[in-house]
Design a protein. Structure first.
Length: 260
């Protein structure tokens, strides 16, 4: 018997403040602010029943509302995108979602199909609480970059660990493995999102600066959707410039969904 269809709320957390790139969400990329590119991508997902932007900024809200996406205002002091998504979920009144798809606002290139595939994992497995997406790493510079969160999985694509370090260590060069890094979507059951946000921060989470470690350290399984999408998030100024270059190349080719 097929599981009942999940009601899915997509939330894009988008705060104005940014440490490395001032007002990052408003950064211009090919004539549009970064947040608009993320929204345009997210709208291509098929399994979202609603999409909202959770922000602390009227300036971001004024960009988002004309795009036909509702805005939920959230406190500026919230520490993470997950906290912002949790606050927005409690304020959302259109329906009671079963699942929250958190889409980080600084991922203007990621594929919408990753959202659908992450949702599908929770649809297929009622015991699964969290799913994320990961993209293949193709070069050593990305593998070694501390701004890129690497993910190790078991043979069933359940997460073993996250790290900003270049893992796994190459003890044997005769045993090649595909390397993956986390990209900006996490799909989580609503009640578990609230539970997660009530958990105390954990030692490895604090050490690595990766909040999903808190889930693992509390013994909860996370499953990964893996792809080869050549995604690039905007965490550092050089990544913003790379994304701008990619967007210009797409416009010149007239191919807005190409990954190269």
């Amino acid at each position: 018997m097929q599981n009942p269809r999940l009601k899915v709320l997509g939330i894009i957390p988008a705060r104005l403040g940014s440490t490395r790139i001032p007002e990052k969400m408003l950064a211009d990329i090919s004539g549009k602010p970064l947040i608009q590119h993320t929204i345009d991508r997210t709208k291509k997902a098929h399994l979202l029943d609603a999409l909202v932007v959770a922000t602390d900024s009227e300036r971001i809200a004024n960009i988002v509302k004309p795009l036909g996406v509702p805005v939920i205002m959230t406190p500026s002091e919230l520490p993470t995108g997950s906290d912002r998504a949790g606050a927005a979920t409690k304020l959302f009144t259109e329906f009671t979602p079963d699942v929250i798809a958190i889409i980080w606002g600084d991922e203007p290139l990621y594929p919408a199909e990753a959202i659908d595939q992450c949702v599908a994992l929770l649809q297929e497995d009622p015991e699964l609480q969290v799913s994320i997406a990961a993209d293949k790493i193709h070069d050593e510079e990305m593998w070694r970059s501390p701004s890129v969160v690497k993910v190790l999985t078991d043979l069933k694509n359940n997460v073993l660990s996250f790290s900003r370090a270049p893992v796994p260590f190459a003890h044997s060069t005769n045993s090649p493995v595909d390397l993956y890094h986390v990209i900006g979507v996490m799909v989580v059951r609503r009640e578990f999102l609230y539970e997660f946000l009530q958990m105390s921060r954990t030692p490895l989470e604090l050490r690595e600066g990766v909040e999903q470690m808190r889930i693992l350290e509390n013994g909860v399984r996370i499953r990964v959707v893996k792809g080869d999408w050549k995604n690039l998030g905007v965490n550092m100024p050089d990544e913003l410039e790379q994304v701008r270059t990619i967007m210009v190349a797409r416009q010149q080719k007239g191919d807005h969904d190409a990954w190269k």
